[in-house]
Design a protein around this ligand. Structure first.
Ligand code: BES
Ligand code: ZN
Length: 458
């Protein structure tokens, strides 16, 4: 352990500058104008993996963005095999004017690196690469078999990764998946996430007259699509925040009394949390705590809404059409396709007369839960303890990593979610950042995990 950790300490500055190189590549997966950058990031990673001494490295082309796959199976068939998964694509950096430094020019301030993807997920994915390097460069080989899978489409719902898992099922066979794409419960509080929410993302469009109309000449006598949309959205939840879509809760796996007790024991600083996002009051489904609402209960939220005049000043106009993007976060046992259908049926039911609607499902994904008895979690806990000098908490998270459910479905394995980010890292927001101390502790934790894993294997 000490040789390994010495290597990591000695190479700290280089490990940072290499991450910054990756952060300089604007690999935005949702924006086709960044296609070349996405390929550049895949190439950077594959070249880098070869440089650190991995021999079996492949850029796998897909219908969309490439998948980087590297393997080192030198430990042999008697040792466990870990598939490490991460994503090198990032969310768009908009709104650009709110960044205090350019999103693809990493800068370090107060021990944090600021850049799009710093925490989600380049920093967290790359720390495993550095852990592998530490093993390969300290004289030995890896203590367990490792397969590294880095994709470029997580932020758009991983559309090509499921077919890839199925096609290469044998080649990807493993005993567990290790992912760092979540957050720690709080600063200096190592956490293992055992539950993620699923997602059904919908678009709802409302169409009225065949053109925008003068709001004085026509107002009051035609159904305004924007008013109609607001009426519909208002019917999706009642005043207690309860979702009103018939059948929505049918398959929901309720929180057990034990789990609710567990939630109460977590050291959640609700006032600090409110302060960190500039709100005075938390709100949500009646009967549940803030932590339960944001990680263990389903939601329905508008993510965007448009229609009518949005320019400067006032324009008296009734819009011809209006639209909204709506995300529903799901909990275990809810099926995103079924929820999407229920949403569409409900929209048809509550649609005001005089307008037409179109409902389009976007990406979705299942919620995921890791079995708490899984031995890999014990090894992860040990690694965290050795590096952070603290027992990790076991938590659920509200975000989604849809492929996690497929790792279980297709490869039949549990996923260990070992997060090194913080919920305050501003992922998907302006000024995303990652604490460099956690980048380095993450490298050590990953390296240590590979070392102790075998001790826990049954
Ligand atoms: N890293 C996040 C997911 C996450 C964030 C999990 C915080 C737990 C805590 C991931 O990159 C992400 O943003 N996922 C998307 C999935 C979607 C695009 C299908 C999400 O949750 O919105
Ligand atoms: Zn993300």
């Amino acid at each position: 352990m000490s040789e390994l950790f010495d290597y990591i300490d000695k190479n700290k500055d280089r490990f940072e500058s290499e991450l910054f190189e990756l952060l300089r590549i604007p690999s935005v997966s949702t924006d086709s104008s960044h296609k070349e950058d996405v390929h550049k990031a895949a190439k950077f990673l594959s070249d880098h993996l070869k440089e650190i001494g991995l021999k079996d490295v492949e850029i796998c082309e897909t219908k969309g963005n490439p998948i980087v796959l590297a393997k080192n199976l030198e430990a042999g068939p008697d040792k466990p095999t870990v598939l490490i998964y991460g994503h090198y694509d990032v969310q768009p950096p908009d709104p650009l004017d709110l960044w205090t430094s350019p999103p693809f020019e990493p800068v370090v301030k107060d021990g944090k690196v600021y850049a799009r993807g710093a925490s989600d997920d380049k920093g967290q994915a790359f720390l495993h690469v550095k852990a592998i390097e530490a093993w390969l460069k300290t004289g030995g080989d890896l203590p367990v078999n490792v397969k590294l899978l880095l994709e470029g489409e997580e932020e758009i719902g991983s559309p090509n990764l499921v077919p890839f898992l199925k096609e290469r099922k044998e080649e990807l066979a493993c005993d567990m998946v290790l992912v760092s794409d979540t957050a720690m419960f709080a600063k200096d509080t190592p956490s293992i996430t055992y539950g993620l929410r699923g997602l059904a993302y919908m678009e709802l469009e409302v169409f009225g007259p065949d053109r925008d109309l003068h709001s004085g000449v026509y107002g009051g006598a035609v159904v305004n699509p924007l008013n109609a949309l607001c009426r519909m959205v208002a019917k999706m939840q009642d005043e207690n925040g309860k979702i009103q879509i018939p059948g929505f809760f049918d398959d929901v796996k309720d929180l057990t009394p034990e789990e609710r007790e567990g939630y109460k024991k977590l050291p959640f600083d609700e006032d600090g949390w409110k302060k960190s996002i500039g709100i005075e009051e938390a709100d949500g489904e009646a009967g549940y705590s803030t932590l339960e609402r944001k990680t263990g209960r389903p939601t329905l939220d508008m993510n965007g809404m448009w229609g009518g005049y949005q320019g400067e000043g006032a324009k008296t106009v009734l819009p011809a059409k209006a639209g909204a993007k709506i995300s529903m976060r799901l909990v275990p046992n809810q099926n995103p396709k079924k929820i999407a259908q229920l949403f569409e049926d409900y929209c048809n039911e509550i649609k005001p007369k005089g307008v037409k609607i179109k409902v389009t499902p976007h990406h979705g994904g299942d919620a995921a839960m890791t079995n708490l008895d899984f031995y890999g979690l014990k090894a992860a806990a040990k690694a965290f303890k050795d590096v952070y000098q603290k027992e990790p908490l076991f938590t659920r998270e509200g975000g989604s990593i849809p492929i996690v459910a497929d790792f279980e479905r297709v490869l039949g394995v549990n996923t260990i979610l070992m997060g090194f980010g913080l919920n305050t890292d501003a992922i998907h927001s302006p000024n995303e950042h990652f604490h460099l101390a956690d980048y380095h502790r993450g490298i050590k934790t990953s390296a240590r995990f590979l070392e102790v894993l075998e001790d826990f294997s049954p």
